[in-house]
Each structure stands twice: as structure tokens, then as C-alpha cells.
Design a protein around this ligand. Structure first.
Ligand code: NAG
Ligand code: NAG
Ligand code: NAG
Ligand code: NAG
Length: 457
């Protein structure tokens, strides 16, 4: 059998473009054409019926070490998660940043994933934004997610939709899991065009994006989704009582048995954000996002250590971002006032609508602005696929993964930003911003940017 050589070819309205945060793509393979069609709400994928991967769905005997985990610890809400420490964001010794990083840092780093050290559970939830017509893709994903992970851990689900879920949808989902499931509607206040957006200009922009063939360029609901995922989901009433979330989308795949609790792992290791795939964005979706991010950083006088992974002062944003259709992260990271200010500033520009800013970019740049590298985790042991991008390393005949047969590992393929992540120094590179337009790199090199002088935002 011929293995697929996948050319990452995005065809849209006759144009070929590379990259995209949230995508639509057609993969050309030697054996078949797997077209992915996309809902504008959940950019999910409806795979062909002959699609892949049932080979990975064999049940394994439940691992006895998790039996304790199935009992909800009564004091789980007392496990206060780490907060973003503003103190901790400005101190990296600059000597370490000039040290050449090992190429394989993310694969050689020793991580203790033995979360059985405590039987504590995290105060966590699985969050899924989905539409009624995505039920089949959702069922497939949920079957895998349950088998690979949640049947042992019983974390609750919250399903969100911009309209009511049908009874059929709700009944079908409840067949898939014994965990608690809640279905909610996104309030209109989180899914509407704000008053300060000029709708004439917006409609012209949508038409222009559409005419240029930019992925989801003409879609208003896609923009609502990106704005909701950037600035609102963590305020949804059904998520109010939780500290951590795992974002799952209909159509994604999970390839490895997970025999530890990634939420407890995040909590015990002070991780606030995580990813499985990092890649480059379509530039046309974000013409002014970097400039606005710079304005914000200067106005706030931010001191950063991770932002340099995403940009430098001469060339600006390198388009790298963590792909947010997979996220295990702290809800309090986004509830934090500093992130809220960043979102509100971005939102005030109207460019979630005039341009087509993706939540993956906003989240990623926020990690750059507010976190250290050590607070972000690459889950290399969570085999994952969305559209035609897969993260899964063959762990051998004694391993726990069955990687997709139709999609190669994207980790070190062209367009992946995992090499950028690996190469970025563990202690970060300091890059500080001052309201007077100064930028201070590595604590001693100062450049002046008069275009970013600000009194306030
Ligand atoms: C990175 O990992 C690969 C595969 O494990 C290995 O062959 C290579 O030597 C490693 N490179 C470095 C710099 O450690
Ligand atoms: C995990 O930690 C527990 C408690 O210390 C220990 O009994 C168990 O052997 C450890 N498991 C592994 C795989 O190291
Ligand atoms: C959605 O469900 C709510 C609560 O059951 C109900 O009050 C409302 O009328 C429903 N909306 C629509 C459009 O059916
Ligand atoms: C950044 O560092 C400078 C110099 O140490 C300090 O005055 C400023 O308050 C810091 N900015 C923030 C947002 O913490």
C-alpha cells in the first residue's frame, strides 16, 4: 500500500494559499481525496465515510491506577490554580538566552507525568462549541476521546452552540459518555456585532475578503466564533465554576491512550497553556494585529520573555501560533484582567470583523505577552489530528499510540512552528516595552519606535 505523500495544498476559489489558523483544506493523497467541509461555527471536518482510524479504537482494559481518579475529590475546588505572576515575567538571565538551544528540547525534556502521586482531580471541564448538524463528526470524536481518555477520568462536558441543541443531538451525545454533560446556548451578547463596528464597512470588508478567496473571508459567523473564543467563552455561565478546560472540536481525532490526568499535570507543574500543533497563519487574516499588539505592549509597559518566539523588532510577527482547536489551559489565564484588557483593546479596533482575526493568534500572542515558556506545555504524548494536520509520533510496537495512516506527522514538516518552539530558550528572551516607544531587548539593547509612543490606549 502506498503511504500518502501529503502536499499541503489549500484550494479556495481557485486560489492556492498556504496556511491558516483555522482551515479549510483539501489534501491530495495518492489514494483518495479527503475533502474537508467546514461549518462556519466549529471549523470542523466532516471526513469521508471511508475515513481512517477505526484501527485505533480497540479498547484496552481500564488501567487500575485510575480507579481512584473516578471518585470526585470533595475538595477539588480548593486546588487553586497558579495565577499569572507578573513578577515572574521579567527576569530571565540574559546569558542563558544566548546559549544555543538543543534541537530536541521538547522531546528530551524530562516531564513527570505521574499524576497518580495524588488522587486529586483538577476542577476541569471539556468545552465543545458545536452545531446540531455536526453530530456525526462529534460522535466520532467523542468515541475516541472517551476511549483514549475520559472514560477513565469522567471529566464533565459543556457543549455550546449559538442556537439550542436539538433533543436528538443531546440524546446522542449522552449515549457516548457516562460523564456529566451540559448543553448551553451562547448568549447573543457574546455572538453579535458590537455597536462600535461600522456595519457598512464590515460588509464591504467581508465582500472583499470573499472576493480575494481568503479562507472563511466572507463568513460573519466565523468571525463571531473567533471573537467568542478569544474574548467570551471563559465567561460563559456554564464554565463559571471551573479552573481548567480542554477544548475539543467535532471531527478531531485522538490517537494515544492517555494514562495520566493532563489537568492535574498542568496544575502540578504550573502550566497555564498547552498545545499539540503549532503552525503559521495566513497573513491576509491579520494585517494589523501585530501593530495593535505592539501598541498594547507599549501602552502597558509590558515586560515579556516569550513574545520573542513569535516575532522580532525588525521583521514583526513570524505568523507562528499554537493551534487553538486543541487547548488544555487555565480559564483563569483568560479571566485575568491583563488578558481582558488585551482582548478589549483588540476588540475596540473592530478588526475581528473588518479583518479576520483568529482566536489562535490572539491566544498565542497573549501567551507571548503574559507567560513564560515554562508555563506553556507541548503535549507530545497526545496524538491529535485536525483537518490534515496530525501530531503523533510512532512510539513503537510497545507504545500506546496508533498514528493516522493517511497523514504524516506534521511536527517537523514545512510550515510547522514546533522547531521554533524547540529552539526558543527555556528561560526566554527578554523584550520589554515602554510607553515612550522604547523596546529593550535582552535587558541592554534599546531601540526606539516613535510609532508606538502612547499616552494611553
Ligand atoms: C534529535 O532527535 C533525533 C531523533 O530522536 C536524533 O536522531 C537527533 O540526533 C537529535 N538531535 C539532537 C540535536 O539531539
Ligand atoms: C507514580 O507514583 C506512585 C506514588 O508515588 C508510585 O507508587 C507509582 O509507582 C508511580 N508510577 C510510575 C509509573 O512511576
Ligand atoms: C431554546 O430553549 C429555551 C429553553 O428551553 C427556550 O426557552 C427557547 O424558546 C428555545 N429557543 C428556540 C429558538 O427554540
Ligand atoms: C516592567 O519593568 C519595568 C522596569 O523594571 C517596571 O518599571 C515596570 O513596572 C514593569 N512593567 C510591568 C507591566 O510590570
Amino acid at each position: 500500500m502506498r503511504r500518502n505523500i501529503t502536499a499541503y495544498l489549500i484550494i479556495l476559489s481557485g486560489l492556492s494559499i498556504f496556511y491558516f489558523g483555522s482551515l479549510y483544506l483539501v489534501s491530495r493523497t495518492s489514494s483518495n481525496h479527503t475533502a474537508t467541509s467546514v461549518s462556519s461555527s466549529c471549523y470542523s471536518v466532516m471526513h469521508d465515510s471511508n475515513d481512517l482510524d477505526t484501527h485505533s479504537l480497540q479498547d484496552e482494559a481500564p488501567n487500575s491506577i485510575h480507579e481512584d481518579d473516578q471518585q470526585q475529590s470533595p475538595d477539588h475546588t480548593n486546588n487553586t490554580p497558579p495565577s499569572i505572576s507578573s513578577e515572574s515575567t521579567h527576569h530571565p538571565p540574559s546569558s542563558s538566552s544566548s546559549k544555543p538551544p538543543s534541537q530536541n528540547e521538547s522531546s528530551t525534556q524530562h516531564i513527570n507525568t505521574n499524576t497518580t502521586l495524588t488522587s486529586k482531580r483538577a476542577n476541569a471541564v471539556i468545552v465543545i462549541l458545536c452545531r446540531n448538524n455536526e453530530l456525526n463528526a462529534m460522535r466520532r470524536t467523542l468515541r475516541e476521546f472517551e476511549d483514549r481518555f475520559n472514560r477513565h477520568f469522567q471529566y464533565p462536558y459543556v457543549f455550546l452552540n449559538d442556537e439550542n441543541f436539538t433533543d436528538v443531538f443531546q440524546d446522542a451525545i449522552k449515549q457516548m459518555t457516562t460523564a456529566k454533560v451540559e448543553f448551553g446556548v451562547v448568549p447573543e451578547s457574546m455572538w453579535s456585532v458590537p455597536s462600535w463596528v461600522n456595519t457598512n464597512k464590515m460588509n464591504e470588508q467581508l465582500a472583499d475578503y470573499q472576493a480575494r478567496g481568503i479562507l472563511y473571508g466572507g463568513s460573519l459567523s466565523y468571525r463571531h466564533m473567533c471573537r467568542f473564543n478569544s474574548g467570551f467563552f471563559y465567561h460563559h455561565p456554564l464554565l463559571a465554576s471551573y479552573d481548567y478546560y480542554w477544548r475539543v472540536e467535532p471531527g478531531v481525532h485522538f490517537y494515544c491512550d492517555l494514562d495520566y490526568d493532563p489537568f492535574v499535570f498542568m496544575q502540578q507543574n504550573n502550566k497555564l497553556y498547552s498545545f499539540t500543533v503549532a503552525l503559521e497563519e495566513i497573513p491576509a487574516t491579520i494585517p494589523t494585529l501585530w501593530e495593535h499588539t505592539m501598541r498594547f505592549a507599549h501602552a502597558q509597559g509590558l515586560n515579556t520573555t516569550l513574545l520573542r518566539m513569535f516575532a522580532n523588532e525588525q521583521e514583526g510577527y513570524n505568523l507562528c501560533h499554537f493551534w487553538s482547536n486543541f487547548e488544555i489551559a487555565s480559564l483563569n489565564l483568560w479571566r485575568d484582567e491583563r488578558y481582558q484588557q488585551y482582548f478589549e483593546y483588540l476588540d475596540s479596533t473592530g478588526n475581528f470583523f473588518y479583518e479576520r482575526w483568529g482566536d489562535a493568534i490572539v491566544h498565542s500572542l497573549a501567551t507571548g505577552l503574559f507567560l513564560e515558556k515554562a508555563q506553556v506545555h507541548f503535549f507530545k504524548d497526545i496524538g491529535y489530528k485536525h483537518d490534515n494536520f496530525a501530531h503523533c509520533i510512532d512510539d513503537g510496537v510497545l507504545g500506546k499510540c496508533m498514528c493516522p495512516e493517511d497523514t504524516p506527522n506534521f511536527d517537523y514538516a514545512w510550515g510547522s512552528c514546533l522547531p521554533t518552539w524547540d529552539a526558543f530558550p527555556e528561560n526566554g528572551v527578554s523584550w520589554d516595552f515602554r510607553p515612550n516607544g522604547d523596546q529593550i531587548i535582552d535587558k541592554d539593547r534599546i531601540t526606539h519606535h516613535p510609532e508606538f509612543i502612547s499616552s494611553s490606549l
